[in-house]
Structure formats: C-alpha cells, structure tokens
Design a protein around this ligand. Structure first.
Ligand SMILES: *Cc1c(COP(=O)(O)O)cnc(C)c1O
Length: 421
C-alpha cells in the first residue's frame, strides 16, 4: 500500500495534488511520500518483533538526507557502501554506532575516516580487505567490529545485474573458504569478529533463496562457534522485491520474510540485522513527467515525455517495468491505445515502455511513473546536459523541494577551461 491515489479525479501524493507540485516545481520531478516511507520501515520492524534486531536501511536505494532523516528518526540504522553515503547518513543525524559499512572496494582513506567518525561494524568482503582494515585499525588505535560477508552460492532468481550470491559474482568470500578466513581474522589485533553477513541480490520475488542462504548462515555460525568465535550478530542483507506491475505481481510480504528469518536463525541468540532498500523506498516515490508530443509513427505511436533515461535508468538498464499512469484520472471505459513511451535522449535505449496500453494524454498532460522511489534519483545523471530533476517530499498536505533542479549556469560552470585555451 502506498499514498499515491486519485482524489477528485487527480493523482495525489498523500494530501497534495500532483498537479500542484508540477505547477510549483516544473516537470520532470520525483515525489516521495513520507507516510509511505515510515510505513515500510514499521512493517519490517513488526516483521522482526520479538527478535533483537536493527533495520539498516540500504542508503544506496535513495540517499536524499531528508529520506535518511525520516528513517533515522524512527530508529533505523544505515547500510552504506561508500564514504559519501556514510557522510550523508551522518549529515542526517544517524550516529556512527548505527551505521554498517558494506562494499567490495573500501579504500584505506574511507576506512580511516569512518573509523574516526564511528561505525557499528564493517562487513568485510575479501582477505585483502581484511588485512588492510586490520592495519588501518591498528594505526588508528582502535579495534573494529566486523562480519565477513559470505557468498552462499545460492541462486536468487532475479535479474542477472542484481544477483550477488552466486559463486561467480564478485561479492563476498566463498562460504566453503570462510572458516579459514575467520581464523585469520580471529588472530588479528585490530579486528573483533562479531558476526556473519550475507546478501544474495535485489528484487527477490521468492522467499526460498532467502531460506536457503539463511540456513547456510546458520550452519556456518554453528561451525564458527565450535571454532571458538563469539558470533553474536547476523546481518542478512536486503533484497526483498516489490510489485512493479501493480495489477499482476504479489511478491512476498515482509511479515513472511520475517517468519523465514525466525525459522532459520531466530533461535541462535544473535542480534539480527537486515538491510532493506528497495522495499522501503521503491513504492514511496513516483516520477512525474509531461508529455511533450504525441507522435504518430508507422504502425506505432509514441508518447514523447520530458523525462529520459538519465532521470530514471531502470528500464534501459534492467529492462524494468514501471506502471505509468495519467495524473488526471481517465474517464471510465475510455479507449486505450498501445504506445511506446520514450524520452528525448538521443539513444534508442531511451525507451521507458513499449506497446503500453494508455488512455489518451494530450501534449502538455502529466503522467506519473510508479515505484520510482528506489534506484531512481540516485542513479540519475546529466547525460545530454539535462539538469538532474528535483526531488520533492510530501507529508500530509505539505510538500518541500529536498533537492532542487540546478540551473544551466550551475551545470555548465562546473566545467573549467584550462589556461591554454
Ligand atoms: C543493494 C544492497 C542492499 C539493498 O538491497 P535492496 O534490494 O534494495 O533491498 C543491501 N545490502 C547490500 C550489501 C547491498 O549491496
């Protein structure tokens, strides 16, 4: 459930008409619903009730500091994958002891800064990283709590670009080798081994890969305890999928995902961490765009909109589906027409949808892309020198711009001419 519904014939974000936001900020733009973000966090919190747990929101899904502050104020931790994300979480007021540092390519400089600023744990992904982290921790005079991210060799049955838990993916330490690496870590003076971490992929629409991975974590945890490690925290990653085609998709509910956690590792006396990103932010956001032209082609009609692949890359990159709806509610029984919905960028890949049945939307009319709150704005760019589109936060009947659209001067003046030109 989200808070984007038609009221009096106009799509609203909570209590605000999307037409009103468009009139104020111009198109295209992203709009997020605070109530939806809060609801999604609470759903996870309830799903893990009764277990000692921390929900570490995956910052990469939507890293606007207003979004981070909403979640941080509810008690969320943060899962970050770069120093930039760490600094965003800090800027949103999240204390270091609620921030987890993931990622396969952490640099010495990132480690040093994060250790100074405070961190809950590092999720270490390789032996070379472990050695460097130990050295940096000792130089900094601290002992750093770590988990090792293990690769359980489980097929997440999701899009190849976002599957991370198979042995041929670049992520984590092969689970078969992990006891040896744990022994290495356990002997290091700058390292405190506290747990096990796993993350098998994103947009999972089946619980069985999670169950398989968590059972492998359970087995490993038992072995590690026999080996003498004090394993007291399990980080189970993110990855729960969301419905993108609202009419015919029903991915598992967080409550059922929580039940899988309870059944597989709930009795191990460990604190449970999860790192959801997409499910928290995805359906809490829409992207709103204007139709520039209705263009009739040969045997194919096009809706050319003012948003493009640089603003929302998911369709081009992952063949992703987004529901696309007119902001003015279509009349009941209106005839639908199959159209290709495309942006203005000079690439055929700049196609949001092919042969999509749409009610008529006149030139200048508004359409909204649903489920655009995660991996939308964060993956945008200025390709074709198109300004990054603004982000707007709605709460009840109020809205605010939480990232403004840059001016053309701001964009162009970032380039510098060398003195010889
Ligand atoms: C991307 C990622 C997540 C979040 O995945 P979602 O599918 O957005 O829930 C969590 N943990 C790690 C390590 C990730 O790389």
């Amino acid at each position: 459930m989200d808070h984007f519904i038609y009221k009096d014939g106009v799509l609203h974000a909570e209590g605000v008409a999307v037409t009103e936001i468009a009139a104020s900020v111009g198109t295209p733009f992203y709009a997020y619903s605070q109530a939806t973000l809060e609801r999604h966090f609470r759903v996870f919190d309830e799903a893990l009730a009764g277990m000692d747990h921390l929900i570490c929101y995956a910052v990469k899904a939507n890293s606007n500091i207003a979004v981070l502050k909403i979640l941080g104020d509810l008690g969320a931790g943060m899962d970050v994958v770069s120093l930039g994300e760490y600094l965003r979480a800090k800027a949103a007021g999240v204390p270091g002891d609620r921030i987890v540092f993931s990622g396969i390519g952490k640099t010495r400089d990132e480690m040093r800064t994060v250790l100074q600023g405070g961190i809950r744990q590092f999720n270490v992904e390789s032996e070379p990283e472990l050695a460097v982290l130990n050295a940096v921790a000792m130089e900094s005079g601290v002992v750093v709590p770590i988990t090792l991210r293990v690769n359980p060799d489980v097929d997440a049955k999701t899009h190849a670009k976002i599957a991370t838990g198979k042995s041929d993916n670049k992520f984590g330490i092969p689970i078969a080798q992990s006891r040896r690496v744990y022994a290495v870590a356990g002997a290091m003076d700058g390292i405190d081994v506290i747990g096990v971490d796993v993350h098998i992929g994103s947009q999972l629409t089946d619980l069985e890969p999670f169950r398989a991975a968590f059972l492998k974590v359970r087995e490993l945890t038992e072995q590690l305890r026999e080996d003498g490690h004090n394993i007291r925290r399990l980080d189970l990653g993110g990855g729960l999928g969301i419905p993108y085609a609202h009419s015919n998709e029903a991915p598992p509910l967080p409550m059922d995902y929580g039940q899988v956690i309870r059944e597989t590792v709930g009795d191990m006396g460990c604190e449970i961490e999860i790192e959801p990103g997409r499910l928290v932010a995805g359906n809490a956001g829409i992207m709103v765009t204007s139709v520039i032209y209705n263009k009739a082609g040969e045997g194919r009609d096009f809706l050319i909109v003012d948003a493009a692949m640089n603003d929302l890359i998911r369709p081009a990159m992952y063949d992703a589906h987004h529901d696309i709806i007119p902001v003015i509610e279509p009349a009941v029984g209106v005839e639908l027409n199959a159209v290709d919905i495309v942006g203005p960028v000079c690439e055929t890949g700049d196609t949001f949808a092919k042969h999509r049945n749409m009610p008529p939307v006149a030139d200048g009319g508004l359409v909204a892309f649903r489920s655009a709150g995660a991996y939308g704005a964060v993956m945008s760019s200025e390709y074709n020198t198109r300004p990054m589109i603004p982000e707007v936060l709605v709460s009840g009947d109020q809205f605010a711009v939480i990232r403004p659209r840059p001016s053309y001067d701001e964009m162009i003046n970032r380039d510098k001419l060398p003195e010889w030109l």
